[in-house]
Design a protein around this ligand. Structure first.
Ligand code: PEP
Length: 250
């Protein structure tokens, strides 16, 4: 059985005060009998504060990236070991904003992914096509190109502790979510690729959908057979919407 997972991606947002406020509202509204796991991936500078505030609350936390190296002369990077020291469970890796705005290549993404796995940090590996690629009917190709190097270099076993997030680039922050059928089709394809290497790992792998998930569309998306929860951007910055999304998971 795959335990559903809902993860907030706060991106470049928040202050000390707003972080404290948002987390206390989320924690106060978390139901103890909820079936899903929930987490927030916050800017690096807030991780220490978040670790203190969320200890023993049931809400998990993580980062939005991780260094491709373990230590040394890599100015501006944060290692997986550092993140583990501050209690991170998850690290988002290969988000389309990293790939498209900061030029992170598939090869760099694999190195980051490997660092997370080696240090027992659970990577949330993001994959997804642009609108142009979808319109050219290239979606499956793009997904395969993003997944293959990770499978080849990190190995299928690394997916025992990993999560995949399918995030069509055209759906991120646009208010235009993929339809349930579009999302399910790609999720099933991702699971099929992994199953080609190892059926049981594929069966247990959590595949999240991300891209304009709201309290209104979450129930329908999360009811699809291969959608195991969501990676939530904008709607995770509002406690009530985020809680409704967490509670949409059955
Ligand atoms: C994201 O950035 O991971 C994301 C899914 O954003 P949004 O929910 O705002 O589309």
């Amino acid at each position: 059985m795959r335990r559903p997972l809902v993860v907030g991606n706060w991106k470049l947002n928040g202050t000390r005060a707003s972080t404290r406020r948002l987390l206390s509202e989320i924690v106060a509204g978390l139901k103890s009998d909820v079936t899903s796991e929930a987490a927030v991936c916050v800017p690096f500078v807030f991780i220490s504060q978040v670790a203190e505030q969320l200890a023993d609350t049931g809400l998990l936390w993580g980062s939005q990236n991780v260094a491709d190296q373990d230590h040394g002369a890599f100015t501006g990077e944060i290692s997986a070991l550092m993140l583990k020291e501050f209690g991170c469970r998850f690290a988002i890796i290969g988000h389309s904003e990293r790939r498209h705005i900061y030029g992170e290549s598939n090869v760099l993404v694999v190195e980051r992914f490997k660092q997370a796995i080696t240090n027992d940090l659970h990577p949330i590996l993001c994959v997804g096509e642009t609108l142009e690629e979808r319109e050219k009917d290239d979606t499956f190709n793009v997904i395969e190109k993003q997944l293959s190097p990770v499978m080849e270099i990190a190995g299928v076993e690394s997916f025992v502790n990993a999560v995949i997030a399918y995030e069509p680039v055209w759906a991120i922050g646009t208010g235009r979510a993929a339809s349930t059928e579009q999302a399910q089709q790609v999720h099933a394809y991702i699971r099929k690729i992994i199953a080609g290497f190892n059926k049981s790992i594929a069966e247990n792998l959590r595949i999240l959908y991300g891209g304009s998930v709201t309290a209104e569309n979450a129930t329908a998306l999360f009811s699809m057979a291969d959608i195991d929860g969501g990676l939530i951007g904008g709607a995770s910055l509002n406690a009530q919407s985020f809680l409704e999304i967490i509670n949409s998971v059955k």
